[in-house]
Write a protein that binds this ligand. Structure first.
Ligand code: PLP
Length: 379
């Protein structure tokens, strides 16, 4: 291979849409409304139409999107919010920000997503410990929706709310439902490396609830009321800027095609790696948007495999080498049953290979062949 293989090829995508992005940026520079410009409303309409949500509220990033929803729900000290530990830190971080307790729940081995049985156990434990169960943050890890048909009844029976962290899952579907229309609200991130990424930070919240949407719009603008100089609640600066919205409008236009390409590439990987490694499982009725294509190498030296691949010019990444409950800042928070064996095991076995919509077959074949020969060398 002549050129280094990128893990995510943002340059190939940029080459495709560069003219349209430059034109969009020029429009913003011409009208000069850098904050709350016309791009914001246009993007929100496009996002809402894409997934079928009643409201899309654009905001500063995927972390703030989660925080805005939790602020809207008024969570605080004494409240427990149940979330996975095998996820990006932001999922639990926002709960702790607001003074509530992130309560860590285990995942299912075949999907890396929240285990509903572990959730049930955690809710009982939290009550016994004197916490008030408030809500659940389910994560659509690596682009695959969590098992909502099994999570929703648990949420309902316990009088909780469900927030879907779809920072990696926007664009996926769950049994005829599009991600963005499940739960009380869904958040996503437009970090550049996410399936739908901006050229900077960005995020959005989706909800069908008119009151929630209005509250979010106030909270992300310092708690503004109808009169912009009479702030009616404590909020934050959580706005998306017009330039990023303009970029995202162009990216959203090609997103459906890119999702198809990602699925084609994932299917080729799964064919190439079958009988060799544990390939990602997409349950019947779900589709993934493949934020990552994540393999498991049980019983093998994962770090030796990724090092040998690196030597051959194949980049890999480990999401996530340490579950949150084992990280310094999160060790003090409760963990159902005292440990999360499935999460801990996954953290030692997973690695992700290059995944993006512009991965050509020749490069992909080189990646597949490299993995196969590294594993054969490894015995
Ligand atoms: C990326 C990510 C976030 C945070 O999004 P930012 O835009 O980087 O703030 C939250 N949750 C998950 C699962 C993520 O992958």
């Amino acid at each position: 291979m002549k050129k280094p293989i990128p893990f995510i090829d943002l340059a190939a995508q940029q080459a495709r849409i560069r003219d349209r992005v430059e034109a969009a940026m020029r429009r913003t520079l011409d009208h000069g409304a850098y904050i709350m410009g016309p791009e914001i409303g246009e993007l929100e309409s496009g996002l809402a139409a894409f997934c079928g949500a009643r409201h899309a509220v654009a905001c500063s990033n995927g972390t703030d999107a989660l925080a805005l929803v939790l602020m809207a729900k008024g969570i605080g000290s004494g409240d427990a919010v149940f979330c996975p530990s095998f996820t990006f830190a932001a999922t639990a971080e926002v709960v702790a920000w607001l003074g509530a307790t992130p309560y860590f729940v285990d995942i299912e081995a075949d999907t890396f997503n929240m285990d509903p049985a572990s959730l049930v156990a955690a809710i009982g434990e939290a009550r016994t410990a004197g916490l008030t169960p408030a809500g659940v943050i389910a994560v659509d890890l690596f682009g695959l929706p969590a098992d909502y048909d099994r999570i929703e009844p648990v949420v309902a029976e316990n009088g909780l709310w469900l927030l879907c962290d779809a920072a990696q899952g926007f664009g996926a579907t769950y049994k005829d439902r599009k991600v963005g229309t499940i739960g009380m609200a869904t958040t996503t991130s437009f970090f550049p490396a996410k399936p739908l990424g901006a050229y900077g930070d960005g995020g959005a919240v989706f909800t069908d609830d008119d009151e929630m949407a209005a509250l979010l719009r106030s909270l992300l603008f310092h708690g503004k009321g109808d009169d912009r100089y009479d702030n009616v609640r404590i909020g934050m600066n959580g706005r998306l800027d017009s330039l990023q919205a303009g970029v995202l409008i162009e990216k959203l236009a090609i997103f459906p095609e890119e999702i198809e390409a990602r699925n084609r590439i994932a299917a080729r990987y799964s064919a190439g790696f079958s009988n060799l490694l544990v390939t990602p499982n997409v349950p019947n009725g779900s589709t993934s948007v493949w934020a990552q294509y994540t393999l498991r190498a049980p019983g093998r030296d994962r770090d030796a495999i990724t090092a040998a691949l690196k030597a051959r010019g194949v980049p890999t990444a480990v999401y996530y080498p340490k579950p949150l409950h084992q990280q310094t800042a999160y060790r003090k928070f409760p963990v159902v049953g005292g440990s999360l064996p499935v999460s801990e095991r996954a953290a030692g076995e997973v690695f992700s290979v290059p995944m993006h919509a512009y991965l050509d077959e020749e490069t992909q074949d080189f990646i597949i062949d490299s993995v196969r020969s590294v594993l054969q060398d490894d015995g």
